[in-house]
Structures are given as structure tokens and as C-alpha cells.
Write a protein of this length. Structure first.
Length: 194
């Protein structure tokens, strides 16, 4: 009936800390923990601690479940420019204008990425990791936030290039579409001078 009813029913698969696999329920649980720890929803925290400091042009839209609880693993909609402002914040070490919005140590932890040895994601041999809700391509030194149906934020950590993709793939994900996105990102980085 709702995510709060569903989450406790999920059983652990595999050993914690061994291999990485993205599971939306983990992100939902993180939103739940934030709510329990602070008494505020993740949406209220995001608005208060991040979004209001970006001088966003429009309100973000958040999906809720059947009981009105905000969905943490997806369903956020923002304008292209407002997503760009958020990506710039991360790219700029958590600073927006003259304000340190996200603590520098937090952004540095995100940018460092996780352990690629644990990443059992997409294709064998990919030098990727996942940490703190962000993917890192260690070969390209690129940080990314990916969503289903082709949504993406890609931040070149060496070149300062930010690519925002708003898309509507006909499926949530596929190797072919993923390959096209990677080729597009590589072409943009190459065209703009890495």
C-alpha cells in the first residue's frame, strides 16, 4: 500500500560490504532514516539545506506514495537550469555564490568515489564506483547521478564540464542506450577539450 509498508518486507541478499548493487530500497531507507533522525522529511531537508541556496527559478516536484510519503529513490523533477545549478554546486566544491552550502569534506568524500573493486555494476572492467548516492567513473574522473529512462548529471572533475540529460528512454535502462549516453558524454568532453 505504501513504501513505508513495503520496505520492512524486503530481505537481505548477499553479504553487506562485499559487492555493490544499486537497490532503490536502500535510497528509500536513507530518506526514512533522515526523517526519523531529524523529524523532517528528506524533501524539507533538501529544500532547507540545499535548494533554497541555489536561487532556483522553479519549485522542484516530488512524487509521493499512496500515503503521501515522499519518494526518495526517484520522482524528483526540476527544470534543466535548476538541475544545472545543483550540478554546479557539487562541481564547485559545495559553494554557490559566496556561501558554502554543502560542507567541503562531504563534497570531497563524494568526489573521491568508492572502491571500484566492489562495483559489480554494468559491464565487466568498468572502473566505476558508487558512494554517497553518486557514481564515479575513475578513468574519466567524472562524477554522475543517474536516473531511470536516461536522466543524468555528469560532472567532469578535471575539465569542469557539466552535462545534464533530460530524457525519456522507452525503457528504464538498457545496455544499448547506456552505451549511447557514454559515447555522447565522451564526445562532449572531447569536443570541449577534456
Amino acid at each position: 500500500d505504501s513504501l513505508y509498508d513495503y520496505l520492512p518486507s524486503i530481505k537481505q541478499e548477499g553479504e553487506h560490504g562485499k559487492n555493490w548493487e544499486y537497490v532503490s530500497a536502500t535510497t528509500e531507507t536513507l530518506g526514512w532514516i533522515m526523517n526519523r533522525a531529524t523529524g523532517k522529511s528528506w524533501v524539507e531537508l533538501f529544500e532547507e539545506l540545499v535548494y533554497q541556496h541555489l536561487h532556483a527559478r522553479r519549485d522542484a516536484i516530488i512524487m509521493v506514495d499512496s500515503k503521501g510519503k515522499e519518494i526518495a529513490a526517484g520522482g524528483m523533477s526540476m527544470t534543466l537550469r535548476d538541475v544545472g545549478r545543483f550540478a554546479y554546486l557539487v562541481s564547485n566544491d559545495g559553494r554557490y555564490g559566496d556561501k558554502q552550502v554543502i560542507p567541503l569534506n562531504v563534497v570531497r568524500t563524494i568526489k573521491a568515489g568508492g572502491d571500484p573493486e566492489l562495483f559489480t555494476g554494468w559491464e565487466p572492467g568498468m572502473n566505476y564506483s558508487y558512494k554517497s548516492q553518486w557514481y564515479k567513473d575513475h578513468d574519466a574522473n567524472m562524477l554522475a547521478g543517474y536516473g531511470i529512462h536516461g536522466q543524468a548529471i555528469q560532472i567532469g572533475l578535471d575539465n569542469g564540464i557539466i552535462i545534464i540529460t533530460q530524457s525519456s528512454w522507452p525503457v528504464a535502462s538498457s545496455a544499448e542506450l547506456w552505451g549511447r549516453r557514454v559515447a555522447y558524454q565522451q564526445a562532449v568532453f572531447a569536443a570541449l577539450g577534456n
